[in-house]
Design a protein around this ligand. Sequence first.
Ligand SMILES: [Zn+2]
Ligand SMILES: [Zn+2]
Length: 468
Amino acid sequence: MFAMMARTTRAAAAAAKKKKQKGESSSQISKREEKQEEEAEDEDLDVSVHNTQTFAATASQDTAAITIAESTNAALEVGAEDAATWTKKRRAVAGEEAARVVKKARVKRDEVVIPAARTAGVKMMVGAHVSMSGGVQRAITNSLNIGGNAFALFLKSQRKWASPDMKEADATAFRAACEKHGFDPGKHVLPHGSYLINLANGDAEKAKKAYNCFLDDLKRCERLGIGLYNFHPGSTLGMSHSESLGRVSTALNKAHSETKFCITVLENMAGAGNVIGGKFEDLRDIIAKVKDKDRVGVCLDTCHLFAAGHDIRTKESYDRVMSNFDQIVGRKYLMALHINDSKAPLASKRDLHQNIGLGFLGLEPFRLIMNDERLEGLPLILETPMEEEKTWAEEVKLLESLIGVEGDDPEFLATAEELASRGAGERRTAGIAAQKKAVKAAAKPGKRGRKKSTKKDGSDSDNGEYLC
Ligand SMILES: [Zn+2]
Ligand SMILES: [Zn+2]
């Protein structure tokens, strides 16, 4: 690039000299030189933009500085009288260029159009928790729109105890659409249970209500040919921990006896207050008392892992967490992953999902996941905040783009940095909030977790209207 640029500018200088010899006036010469300088700049910019495309995400001051340095050298080389003026002018151009490069990077992301094409032949089955509003079959259309190869959905309202029965026409349409579009409902569809369900509830009446809602979900799964059903293990509501876990196992055994094939998939949790599932040991102890081990599994949520104190941000820590999981629970139980970044810091116990790369996890753990062969074929479900379908479509493509990418790849590092800078504001706010909370908790140690245990249904009050 430098050689090419030098050749161009040198040629321009030689041409100017030749014209001068032909008797051009000095003002004509300076005008011509100015034009040639501009042309050289344009050429330089083209090359520069091309070469900095991979660093587009971080292109701002760095790019500007490099371009300024390069053009200053070029100016000196062609004998520009006033390198300082040249540099000043170039600084403005370089600033514009940086803005242009960043804009170009954004445009590139915006290029994901709806419906987004599904990536064929991938082993990592990425998708999102999509809406089924208008009937369960709508989930397939919504998944196709974002280019997902797997998807999650609610089977009924996640915040109501009773919902109308699923229409047979909807169930038929769902099964037909799965077949038509090549979604294996036995493996790549992961319904999420109602947030109200707390199988650990010690109150007999409430436990029965929860169980009925749970069983109804499982039966809906089986009508749709769905092989996995993901649910939150629940809350002890301040009662005995081991007895609460035992109640979950008992409910699972009963549900398994009343259904045929659907695997009940326990989700790991952020572990706030009395919530079960922040520790791998909770999942292990529930599974231990499940009679039919083929009907129980685990879904690991990356945000929950991190919030519960499992650091997966580096290759070493990720491997350590996965090997702990293998030793405590057993890799064979891992049926799915929820792919979320975290708005809250490590061990915050806060269940606050963030878009990929913007949160405290950053992009690296997702690169590790996308290159972890042991996760091939499992549904990898985004539950990130979604403003429009495009967000998920872009995140699906972003995750898929990490397959086969090394941790020191410049393009990867630039993307990671760009996403991290986009999320910096929210991380700062969340960090301050977490600090304040910790100080408050330290001042009033008795209050911690009590608020959660008074919640009637035992659900995590952090959840709000977001997916979890
Ligand atoms: Zn969550
Ligand atoms: Zn989740």
